[in-house]
Design a protein around this ligand. Structure first.
Ligand SMILES: NC(=O)C1=CN([C@@H]2O[C@H](COP(=O)(O)OP(=O)(O)OC[C@H]3O[C@@H](n4cnc5c(N)ncnc54)[C@H](O)[C@@H]3O)[C@@H](O)[C@H]2O)C=CC1
Ligand SMILES: O=C1[C@@H](O)[C@H](O)[C@@H](O)[C@H](O)[C@H]1O
Length: 339
């Protein structure tokens, strides 16, 4: 691929994740150059441009498209602003890496699917980066190999140390469990049949407007039962861990790793501070896979259809926050483009 020119990438939204993608594209990922930054906030735009000298700056994606400033787009605006950016980039025929979620609800995700189908080829990869985490991939391979027997249950924890005041009750589902709604069916080889939410004793350290931690139960159509503790006030660090129960064994991923220290009659091992460290390798691998596939003229990773299925699961999850018992999912058949 060394004779192929660099992919000119436009990054739309230069906040936390947009800046992170710009840094990785500029310093770590071969074969790509950040050619455009689309960001309405002047201070953020200037800070991002300093990381990618030579990138042209715009405040609206329409202007960057009209200028022909990019061959492909990374969408890193907040989820509620994904749809207009996606539709504009799709209509221009550009490949897209869209941060999770595809969009915040099934109706808008369906409109994105329809637009991609009208273009006639897969252009969107959704940023469910856990699929690129080496440990999740190992676990998926183990499930597929069947060497420990059939998978029976998946038990997960998703713990954030704390969240900002702007984090709402629905975000427990839409912003956080959204990852499990994608990665667990992917690794377990099934589709989500229903979602249920149970409330634990409330953590008095949670922000006053949040009732959490919660336990999210998912039934898959292959009868695998999944439980996820979603906790955003765990204080001590960031922990995303999974235990898979098989017929003849148990597998764990996401355990603390690195230096082990015995000192002062105690044992210590570092835990992650945030998703930026826990999934650093996954963010790199996700971008690398996207850039390489795009340069080959192909699409890879989670598709817009995967994004739609997750949006349906999130809608069920949000409903389950306010009801007792499981909420069933109602999924249409996959359109031909994604079958
Ligand atoms: N994969 C992961 O682990 C994570 C993914 N995310 C996802 O990344 C996305 C961005 O989140 P953050 O970076 O935390 O948000 P942020 O709020 O830090 O940054 C978003 C940026 O988008 C800009 N923006 C808003 N509307 C725009 C538009 N129409 N055109 C161009 N720029 C626009 C804002 O001015 C802001 O600078 C979200 O979809 C979020 O769910 C966030 C954190 C972790
Ligand atoms: O996507 C992410 C955040 O938006 C979300 O708030 C966190 O809970 C997740 O762990 C992180 O990966």
């Amino acid at each position: 691929m060394s004779n192929t020119p660099d992919l000119r990438v436009g990054v739309v939204g230069a906040g936390l994740m947009g800046t992170d993608h710009i840094t990785r594209l500029t310093t770590t990922i071969a074969g790509a150059t950040v050619s455009a930054i689309v960001e309405p906030d002047e201070t953020r735009s200037a800070a991002a441009t300093a990381l990618a000298p030579g990138a042209a700056t715009y405040t609206r994606i329409e202007d960057a498209l009209e200028a022909g400033a990019m061959d492909a787009v990374v969408v890193a605006t907040p989820g509620q602003f994904h749809e207009p950016v996606l539709l504009a980039a799709l209509r221009a025929g550009l490949p897209i890496l869209c941060e999770k979620p595809l969009t915040p609800d099934p109706e808008s995700s369906w409109r994105v699917l329809e637009t991609e189908q009208a273009v006639g080829r897969r252009l969107i990869q959704v940023g469910f980066m856990r699929r690129f985490d080496p440990q999740y991939r190992q676990l998926r391979d183990l499930v597929a190999a069947g060497t420990a027997g059939e998978l029976l249950m998946v038990r997960g924890v998703h713990r954030n140390p704390a969240v900002p005041g702007s984090y709402t009750q629905q975000m427990l589902i839409n912003d956080s469990v959204v990852h499990e709604f994608d990665v667990v069916p992917w690794l377990a080889g099934g589709t989500i049949r229903s979602v249920e939410v149970r409330y634990a004793k409330r953590n008095a350290l949670s922000p006053a407007h949040l009732r959490e931690p919660i336990l999210v139960l998912m039934e898959l159509d292959n009868d695998v039962l999944v439980d996820v503790e979603m906790n955003v006030s765990i204080q001590f660090g960031y922990q995303v861990a999974t235990e898979a129960v098989f017929q003849r064994g148990v597998a764990r991923i996401g355990q603390p790793e690195g230096l082990q220290l015995w000192q002062d009659a105690a044992f210590r091992i570092a835990e992650h501070e945030g998703f930026g460290t826990r999934f650093s390798a996954a963010y790199d691998a996700q971008l690398r896979a996207w850039v390489d596939a795009t340069r080959r003229g192909e699409a890879t990773g989670p598709s817009a259809w995967d994004g739609y299925k997750v949006a349906v699961a999130c809608a069920a999850g949000v409903e389950a926050l306010g009801t007792t018992g499981p909420v069933a999912l109602d999924l249409p058949p996959a359109p031909d483009l994604y079958a």
